[in-house]
Design a protein around this ligand. Structure first.
Ligand SMILES: Nc1ncnc2c1ncn2[C@@H]1O[C@H](COP(=O)(O)OP(=O)(O)OP(=O)(O)O)[C@@H](O)[C@H]1O
Ligand SMILES: [Mg+2]
Length: 251
């Protein structure tokens, strides 16, 4: 096993007295796709919030490329190489596709570089175009974001995350609300992105996860109940029991 890119050691997160995450320990090798699955309310989004700095863990430690990130402010995460997309679509609907990505590129830079030269502004445009290119949206660059199809809006959110050129990309239900065709396109996009970076994704679509993932983590009531290859997870009796009778089925 190569040196882990990301490690979490005994991570917990409580809200008041409620433990949304408890005792999560795992390491992630670079350039792999890992799916995080589990029933509704299992703690998947909370886990991603902790991994992306949105929430500080109430216990345990996170390290990324060997550096301790526990308690690091959220804006630092993206500079260090961790970017994410959200479960609920999160774009500026009245800006164009290109503007959405450009704003993200600018936000990354402005705190260090208030007096931007024309040349630098051009650089931001190019960065935004490269991110749109990576998700196949360059042809829609001047479209107002609200007019995009749902699947394209989800791809745009990924472009926004890509402007930081992250080594670790966290995708929270990237195919939420998509039909089979859009899901197929998203799977192809994730496969392309995975060639150059480490991806963690939360998903409910089991067939997709089994085909796409190198590894699967299963959360249930905030605890990690299984961690292994798709074959291992499919055969795990506890995972089967947890999924039995769930609306998101295990087929
Ligand atoms: N900010 C918060 N304050 C209080 N409780 C929270 C907060 N965020 C999450 N929770 C609770 O923590 C638990 C885990 O929520 P989380 O959103 O992580 O689940 P999930 O696995 O992503 O579920 P879903 O599949 O429905 O998206 C839930 O019981 C939720 O109500
Ligand atoms: Mg969630």
């Amino acid at each position: 096993m190569s040196e882990p890119l990301l490690s979490v050691d005994d991570i917990g997160r409580s809200f008041g007295g409620f433990k949304a995450l408890e005792g999560i320990t795992a390491s992630f090798e670079p350039n792999k796709v890992t799916a995080v699955i589990g029933p509704n309310g299992a703690g998947k989004s909370t886990f991603f919030n902790v991994l992306s700095g949105v929430l500080t863990p109430t216990s345990g430690r996170i390290s990324f490329k060997g550096a301790d990130l526990t308690g690091t402010p959220q804006h630092r995460f993206v500079h260090l190489g961790i970017a994410r997309s959200y479960q609920i679509t999160n774009i500026f609907p009245l800006l164009t596709v290109h503007e959405n990505v450009r704003v993200a590129a600018q936000a990354l830079r402005s705190r260090y570089d208030i007096w931007s030269h024309r040349g630098r502004l051009h650089e931001l445009d190019e960065k935004a175009d490269a991110a749109l290119n990576a998700v196949g949206l360059q042809g829609r660059r001047n479209t107002t974001a609200k007019f995009l199809a749902h699947g394209q809006q989800r791809a745009l959110e990924i472009a926004v995350a890509l402007v930081a050129d992250p080594e670790l990309l966290l995708l929270d239900e990237p195919t939420a609300g998509m039909g089979p065709e859009e899901t197929k396109d998203m799977v192809a996009l994730i496969e392309r992105l995975a060639a150059q970076r480490t991806i963690l994704l939360v998903e409910h679509k089991m067939k997709m996860i089994l085909g796409l993932s190198d590894r699967i983590l299963v959360l249930h009531h905030g605890r990690l109940i299984a961690d292994g290859s798709p074959q291992h997870i499919q055969a795990d009796p506890e995972v089967r029991r947890v999924y039995l009778g769930q609306s998101h089925g295990y087929a």
